[in-house]
Design a protein around this ligand. Structure first.
Ligand SMILES: [Zn+2]
Length: 426
């Protein structure tokens, strides 16, 4: 198995099974319902875990929750902790409804502050960081390998655009970034540290949570392409400055783009994971993510979602009328072991005829439900309930009319002892 890595700029082989394969995928900053684009690294992490386990690996996936941050303070002044708690639950519910299970660990930054303080102390002792006015900054000049991940080696004073730039006059160098931030008025959370009350910077929390849960060396680090610089460059610098090898393979997923008139004009940027599941159903959302290679951008529009829904129907139909056995599992292995190529895997699934193999493969992506009986959409269930009530009231004309309406939507209502059953018409 090999995966493209941003650091080496080529595909890198994974160790042989059973590994272990330790993975850290950067998670959301929690202050609102998560955007559909945030689902991509989650889905990729969960799919990779499931494929690696299928291939005999011992896998552990860590996905963090950033629950202290300027965005959260701004979204709920004086009540950021409560908002973060609520938004964490939303994220767990919404990603849970994708039906892929949950990562092995979901650490929260606020639960790792003592480890973060110790890590920063080590950086200060080593000369890689310096306190200034209650803040602590990483000293870029002390780490010559800075820029190795992103390729941004410019030394012309490029500002580090991580989070807010206030108090930047405290920095020795405009490129330096904050590891610890002094408490400011209005912020409702803060912790003790050798530099006074304050809270951790964003980058340091990921270095610390990854190392505490996976060790100083681990195999795969994931996250969106927008995190390469400065977030991941800074994580790598913090950890390697202390001599920890940190992540070996860096898998950055391409961004989700809103395209098509409706999406890019009105809905763009406000479609949440919740909206997408409620509008298109979890199976269509998952199949949509299979249609593009994880490292490439993916276009989200009414059209691409309709195409994904059509593919879901095609696969569901194929499972109703399967063909001969005898397809080769190795074909799928070749596609997924070579940089986890899900568009190729999808093409193979459309070609295969062997029901057992198709269901086994769909199961890796949380889509084996396509083999089961399809559950009727809520509006059809409502019609059937109204029909049942009409029957009980002996209003047979209305009951017949509702049956016809259900029929027109492609469903058949069957009366059974104690209720009804809705079956998709063939
Ligand atoms: Zn991170």
């Amino acid at each position: 198995m090999r995966l493209y890595s941003t650091l080496q700029r080529t595909k890198v082989d994974l160790p042989d099974p059973p590994g272990p394969i330790r993975m850290y995928f950067c998670g959301p900053t929690v202050y609102a319902r998560a955007h559909i684009g945030n689902a991509r690294p989650f889905v990729l992490g969960m799919w990779l875990r499931s494929w690696l386990r299928e291939r005999g690996y011992d896998v552990k996936l860590v996905h963090n929750i950033t629950d202290v941050n300027d965005k959260i303070y701004d979204a709920a002044p004086g009540e950021s902790a409560e908002l973060a708690e609520r938004a964490t639950q939303w994220y767990l519910e919404d990603t849970g409804d994708l039906g892929l299970g949950q990562p092995d660990e979901l650490p929260k930054a606020t639960e790792h502050v003592p480890g973060i303080v110790r890590f920063i102390e080590e950086l200060v002792e080593g000369g890689f960081a310096y306190p200034a006015g209650g803040d602590v900054y990483f000293r870029i000049a002390s780490f010559p390998a800075y820029g190795a991940l992103s390729g941004r080696l410019d030394t012309e004073g490029a500002r580090n655009p991580s989070e807010e730039e206030e108090q930047s006059e405290l920095k020795e160098d405009a490129r330096d970034f904050a590891l610890w931030k002094a408490h400011k008025e209005g912020e409702d959370t803060s912790w003790d540290s050798p530099w006074g009350r304050g809270r951790p910077g964003w980058h340091i929390e990921c270095s610390v949570m990854a190392e505490e849960l996976l060790g100083p060396v681990f195999e795969i680090h994931g996250g969106g392409l927008d995190l390469v610089f400065p977030h991941h460059e800074n994580e790598l610098a913090q950890s390697r400055a202390l001599g920890h090898d940190f992540a070996q393979i860096w898998t950055h997923n391409g961004m989700l783009r809103f395209t098509g008139e409706k999406m890019s004009k009105s809905l763009g940027n406000v479609v949440t994971i919740r909206d997408a599941i409620d509008t298109w159903g979890r199976e269509t959302v998952l199949l949509f993510f299979m249609t593009a290679h994880w490292s490439k951008p993916i276009d989200f529009s009414e059209e691409t979602m309709a195409q994904a829904a059509a593919q879901v129907e095609t696969l569901r139909n194929k499972l109703r009328y399967p063909g001969e056995e005898g397809d080769s599992w190795d074909e799928l292995v070749a596609a997924l072991d070579d940089d986890f190529n899900t568009p190729d895997a999808l093409a193979i699934l459309h070609r295969w005829q062997d029901r057992d193999l198709i269901v086994r493969a769909l199961g890796l992506f949380g889509l084996d439900s396509l083999a089961g009986e399809e559950s009727a959409p809520p509006e059809i269930v409502k019609l059937a309930e109204r029909r049942e009530a009409a029957r009980e009231a002996r209003e047979f004309a209305e009951s017949d009319q509702l049956r016809a309406e259900i029929d027109a939507h492609g469903w058949e209502v069957r009366d059974e002892p104690g209720g009804f059953r809705l079956v998709r018409k063939q």
